[in-house]
Design a binder for this molecule. Structure first.
Ligand code: 7PJ
Length: 279
């Protein structure tokens, strides 16, 4: 088992898989629609996720669904800063989903504990923005950029190529003086990958992410679930929970999900089967 994650104000033990609840503060996220655009709605939703058992929250102000347009940094900050400030004392670490160094700095100053960068800290200045704080970093694999990433992605060996990207990315962070205990790796399901690529990565998760760092998986409601079930994003709960469990069985440390209560139930039942119930 990897050491606990150093995550801003928190240390996260990895004895059991952790559940990260998704808090979208975007007008166009594909599965939440307008629901949580307003900061107060996002905050109320986040508090519900904590009650349902979320171990962390992931706050995002930029939609990264396939085809989505980039949002300027000031707009992204206008969306997320009030939410970070309102949730600072909710009891669980706050992750911020962003690729922009300016947004990272402002989010950390406002109290964020983790930066989740789907761009793998590849933007100029991204590593510098996070290096001197005590935040955790989620480094995710993406092929291309959200606007075009699903245009027929091709790999010779998807598992080896994702692993290589993550290894190099972690190496860059370490060379900037970032402690290993701050780093989390994510194979990036759906980011420049076909359904077949995604299922290969999930099946071979230990090979794709390695053993050195904890892993984070985002499978919730994604098109890879729809590819197998034939269901739209609004009806992918069962498929998403199954995918999360498949990840847990293969050693995933953090599961990023929309449906916290159902995922927590599934993990508890799985854990009772594996370890027995404490009477
Ligand atoms: C992921 C993410 C993911 C990490 C999104 C969606 C698209 N961050 N942000 N991993 N996905 N680390 O939730 O469908 O898979 S946005």
């Amino acid at each position: 088992m990897p050491d606990p994650i150093q995550c801003g104000r928190f240390r996260l033990s990895l004895e059991r898989p952790l559940v990260m609840g998704i808090v979208n503060v975007t007008p166009d996220s594909f599965s939440d629609g307008n629901e949580h655009f307003r900061a107060d709605e996002a905050v109320a939703h986040a508090r519900l996720l904590v009650e349902e058992g979320a171990d962390l929250l992931d706050i995002g102000g930029e939609s990264t669904r396939p085809g989505a347009q980039a949002v300027p940094a000031d707009e992204e900050l206008r969306r997320i800063l009030p939410v970070i400030e309102a949730l600072r004392d909710c009891g669980v670490p706050l992750s911020v989903d962003t690729c922009k160094p300016d947004v990272m700095r402002a989010a950390l100053a406002a109290g964020a504990d983790m930066i989740n960068d789907i761009g793998g800290f590849s933007a100029p200045g991204a590593i510098e923005a996070v290096a001197d704080s005590g935040c955790a970093l989620c480094l995710m694999h993406m092929r291309g950029e959200p606007r075009t990433m699903q245009d027929a992605p091709v790999y010779q060996d998807v598992v080896a190529e994702v692993r290589d990207y993550l290894d190099r990315g972690a190496q860059r962070l370490r060379q900037a003086g970032i402690a290993a205990t701050r780093i989390v790796l994510d194979p990036g399901f759906g980011f420049g990958k076909t359904a077949a690529h995604n299922y290969t990565l999930l099946q071979q998760l230990p090979q794709a992410v390695g053993q050195e760092y904890p892993s984070l998986l985002g499978l919730s409601r994604k098109s890879m679930i729809g590819a197998v079930t034939g269901r739209p994003a609004s009806r992918r709960l069962g498929g998403s929970v199954a995918a999360a469990l498949a990840g847990a069985v293969r050693g995933a440390h953090i599961l990023r999900v929309h449906d916290v209560a159902d995922t927590v139930d599934a993990l508890r039942v799985w854990s009772a089967v594996e370890q027995g119930v404490r009477a």
